[in-house]
Design a protein around this ligand. Sequence first.
Ligand code: GDP
Length: 321
Amino acid sequence: MRSRRDVDVPTLVESARSGAPRAVARLISLVENADPALRDVMAALAPHTGRAWIIGLTGSPGVGKSTTTTMLVRAFRERGLRVGVLAVDPTSPFSGGALLGDRIRMGDHVLDPEVYIRSMATRGHLGGLAWATPQALRVLDGAGCDVIVVETVGVGQSEIEIAALADTTVVLLAPGMGDGVQAAKAGILEVGDVFVVNKADRDGADATVRELRHMISLGDRTEPGLWRPPVVKTMADRGEGADEALEGLDKHWARLQETGELRERRARRAAREVEAIVLARLRSRMGDLSRGSSLPEVADQVVEGTLDPYTAADRVLTELT
Ligand code: GDP
């Protein structure tokens, strides 16, 4: 791992801010590697962040996330916006190969200097999604992206986590597969700000839309004045439904700003981000403890029955902080 000395942080951040793709890529690699230079990077970026609209996109494998992202990127580019795409895979460990895969999938935009595409695998990372993703988002935000699409595979808790990171969360479903019911089970209904039923060319799309609308109407967001998530149909591979999807997204963005919810969501996000750093640091100090000082010793005492585990934990905590 590179040491802090090897990274010329001011120059790197300056290049990233001016939009140099290699500098942006290098900064995200620092995030992936949990490089000690990150501390200085984040300090240098902090005054330049907070501009980007972060859109989380989640859904089961094969539902059309990558295709939909491409469709959205095209639409945002037509508006002249600088766009970032962060594909987060919580199921695979770090691998350089994923980046290439995404570049191929996002073929349309590879050569566009106003589009940054990056994939990141977070399994096995300290703190995983919660630690690395917000920092990668900060890099893209600081690099002047107006919109960032964070794409993640909907498995386990990841959709809930991505919703906590995004300003606007898009839940992608496809007809059949009983996806609507799955959505309710997974708690996706609560986190989606916009629902997109992709593969609308397939049988059952209207039924899925109806089912979703029905379930949303049964939820706790039916009071007047509360945001009612729109449900739109798309055929992402043909670019159809892009306007409707964009309309839903724009309305939600406007709404976030009008109501002050944007600020609230971002404050919650920042709190989680700080928490993730605190936990990662505690975990790393725990590692030092188990090698060095008191943890093995108190563990022995717990075995002997001369110390109870709570008092042992108190001692370790005192030593950690
Ligand atoms: P992801 O795994 O969720 O990222 O899904 P992909 O974007 O890779 O799409 C999975 C497959 O579905 C690909 O073969 C796409 O071409 C296809 N696909 C995407 N959108 C549509 C659509 O609207 N209709 C149909 N029939 N296929 C689609």
